[in-house]
Ligand binder design. Sequence first.
Ligand SMILES: N[C@@H](CCC(=O)N[C@@H](CS)C(=O)NCC(=O)O)C(=O)O
Length: 278
Amino acid sequence: MSNAPAYTPPKIWIWDRGNGGRFANINRPVAGPTHDKTLPRGQHPLQLYSLGTPNGIKVTVMLEELLAAGHAGAEYDAWLIDISAGDQFGSGFVDINPNSKIPALLDVGVEPAVRVFESAAILTYLAEKFGAFLPSGSAARAECFSWLFWQMGSTPYLGGGFGHFYAYAPDKWQYPIDRFAMEVKRQLDVLDRNLGTRSFVAGDEYSIADMAIFPWYGALVLQDLYGAAEFLQVASYTNVVRWATEMTERPAVKRGMRVNRSKGEGAIRERHSASDFG
Ligand SMILES: N[C@@H](CCC(=O)N[C@@H](CS)C(=O)NCC(=O)O)C(=O)O
């Protein structure tokens, strides 16, 4: 039984600017820039415009892993895009991501410069550029891409679905919470069964699939994402907990998780060199 208030949609949808949900102030039904703003540019070939959210962390972890593996060409400048202040709608940012969401990457080490948006596209671009964290054999590569795209297709149900209705919507409604809790638990079970058979998500090799999945599902099982740890009984997914714990022990993961944060322990607002980590 649903306890949601009855709603009859009007003939034509009309934008209600203050609908009471968290982040309502940055949601719009149109795309494009709202103001002129040039993006800052640093000295390194890779310019990252991002924020330390799960989607942003995927890329900073990848860059730190590349540097740790000796790929000096992966040096990067990471600039903070404050999405609550609307920086993602500045003209410079929209030029490199017409979808106005972090993360976005500009590779100025090639001529002409290459822009990349969507976190999985950025991970793939970097993996191919440096020949790292993406298996070269056709079967192993397909397995890696399968899990990478699993994350991109699945997580909107976790964040935009479950997280939104459990933590951010102005009221608690049983119908959407039931629907998305069921789906998120199913996703955790998919991951748990997979990680019961192998060390890493795509096999026995660490890859961009782990880097994509960890910031979301690792946070869900280890960091009480959305305050839902007990509600979803996340500790029961023991293989996911084992893998996520191992991920947090990697020095590059620890560093990547600190970048483009404005507050919290060890937060680094902008990253321009290894010395920024202290
Ligand atoms: N599918 C995109 C999702 C990116 C995304 O949702 N980014 C959020 C922060 S985690 C954002 O920039 N939100 C700002 C907005 O929606 O205006 C990706 O993986 O890169």
